[in-house]
Design a binder for this molecule. Structure first.
Ligand SMILES: [Zn+2]
Length: 326
């Protein structure tokens, strides 16, 4: 069994690739068993020019920049190291997907998992949590000493492997209840009416990402067809890798006459002063956009502050003596 972890960089450009910077893995005899071998590859970034915020914080960033290894060589070395083993595990299921996304980008064959164990999902079940638990938190919970830096792929693979000692067969077999498809279909029902191209809006700068998301100007949108003002109450986002801030947010507003429209908000952090900026658009409804939004619905949600304000109940007025009897 191979327990793997990847570190990557999304960059800020239009190339839609989470470029892998490090492949880390350990080999175990079985879940909870001893670690018998280690694989680590630091990869020189060649796709994106800039590092995103999460990538900038990676403890081994210097090693990636200094590395002479490119992704294709590292991936093939990893494939050779895996040998015939097709049982994979990870903390969450995203790493092998990202690995295969990179393989596709470079024209390499994908890694096909005969079986995949999501130790994060199993761990949530083991401790009775109703949400995913960060790797460092799980390790802290189990009293595993944090002698190695997190967010180094090889260390995270090692922590993931060690944590599997806390998992039972039942935890490993557990699957969450699927989201009822009906709710999803309703949420995805965006307007099919074509509308004119909408101007982009700039938001911020603000000190925190939340202030951009909560700003009145971010949460107010005009129907592209009739110009009526509508509100956005929440932003959905594709869950970012641990410890990072999501960059793309999706919010819906409804015009009673023209239907549901999707706003996309992109957050960036300004290099010079660290302030947060938002760019908001109402893009054309395409199958790709609907797919992005569906993925965001399965991810995280930011409920905007101040959205419930108008609905707040007034304190009940104490009955005055004699009132109501005229
Ligand atoms: Zn309208």
């Amino acid at each position: 069994m191979i327990v793997l972890d990847m570190e990557w960089n999304r960059g800020y450009d239009k190339k839609p690739l989470n470029e892998i910077l490090q492949i880390g893995a350990v080999r175990m005899e079985r879940p909870g068993g001893p670690i018998v071998d280690v694989f680590n590859a630091c990869i020189r970034p060649t796709v994106h020019k800039k590092f995103d915020l999460g990538a900038k914080k990676l403890p081994e960033l210097g090693a990636f920049k200094a590395s002479h290894q490119r992704f294709p060589g590292a991936a093939e070395a990893f494939r050779a190291w895996c040998g015939g083993d097709r049982v994979f595990a990870g903390w969450g299921g995203g790493d092998i997907e990202t690995l295969n996304e990179n393989c596709k980008y470079w024209g390499l064959a994908p890694f096909e998992a005969g079986e995949f164990f999501d130790f994060q999902r199993a761990f949530a079940h083991a401790v009775g949590a109703d949400q995913q638990i960060a790797l460092w938190r799980a390790a802290e919970y189990c009293g595993i000493p944090d002698v190695f830096d997190y967010h180094s792929a090889v260390n995270d693979a090692m922590y993931t492997a060690v944590l599997s000692r806390w998992l039972t067969q039942e935890d490993l077999a557990w699957r969450p209840q699927p989201t009822p498809p009906k709710r999803r279909r309703a949420a995805l029902r965006l307007t099919q009416v074509p509308f004119p191209r909408q101007a982009r809006q700039r938001l911020g700068p603000t000190a925190t990402p939340e202030e951009v998301l909560d700003a009145r100007s971010s949460r107010t949108a005009l129907c592209p067809l009739c110009g009526r003002k509508q509100g956005i109450a929440r932003w959905h986002f594709i869950a970012p890798k641990e410890g990072r801030t999501a960059q793309q947010y999706y919010g819906v507003f409804t015009c009673p006459e023209h239907g549901r429209f999707l706003c996309r908000l992109t957050l960036t952090r300004r290099e010079e002063d660290g302030l947060w900026l938002g760019r908001r658009s109402v893009p054309e409804v395409t199958p790709e956009l609907t797919q992005e939004y569906a993925a965001a619905l399965d991810g995280g949600v930011h409920i905007c502050r101040g959205c419930g304000r108008r609905r707040r109940k007034k304190p009940a007025r104490p009955a005055e003596p004699g009132a109501g009897e005229s």
